[in-house]
Design a protein around this ligand. Sequence first.
Ligand SMILES: [Zn+2]
Length: 290
Amino acid sequence: MDLDTPVLDDHMHLDPDHGRGIDAVEDFAHLGGTHLLVVNKPSWHLGVEPGDPDAVDPEAAGEEFREVFERTIEVVERASDVLDGRAWPVLGVHPGLISRLVDERGFAPDDARDVMQAGIDVAAEYVADGEALALKSGRPHYEVPDAVWDASNDVMRRAFECGAEAGCAVQLHAEASEDMTEVAEWAEEAGLPADRVVKHYAGGRLAGPIPSVMSEKERLRVAVESGEPFLMETDFVDDPDRPGAVLGPKTVPRRVRWLLEEGHEDAVRRAHVETPRAVYGIDTVGTLGE
Ligand SMILES: [Zn+2]
């Protein structure tokens, strides 16, 4: 199916070893999807457990994330072969890792922070080398002790510094909120423009960062009416143990078709051409048919 427009899913995961992998990309492309931002899975889902709480060596721990990042880069290459447009990797450290490090592996919050910042530093190397498009960071979306919250905010600020240095956008995983102006200010302080910060799993309205809207009709209606920049995503997790945990890979092209039927060509252009160009510097029109 050709929807006569680029169609970008701004945040999904692919797990060719345990999940559907390239099958999911074929479903997406079949319905008219053209471009994907593929975010690495949380490191512990891939059996990668960086660092040692009894002998903390952040630099060595940071290196352990490479396996996670390289798997994502590999699957993105294969996805690009299937798509009329292309896919790009988004690399980083899932903010939920802090709870795994502190609660299950016995790290002090500050040591967990150091390990996660080292992972962000390594992710930024891939961006600087042109192998990845953007960084992923954030903070827990659930209640945590103050020390863990502060450590998480420090990790996020490091991601902003790295994004500023590499000249790339930063995707955030964070608590449900319609006002993240304080976080956007931290990005600006670090030298990263607020409009290069994206909140994934967003509702249709958000002050501060750019919302990457979960592609449910109610949320999309709000984003369309806002007249503001937005992106569309599914957060497809590609995990056979969690079927239906999030939206499936066909959802973004289906919702684009629905928006076009409702006469929202402008909003489709905003979410799939203009905002991707402004936030990530990507050309979703020029990369069609490559
Ligand atoms: Zn995700």
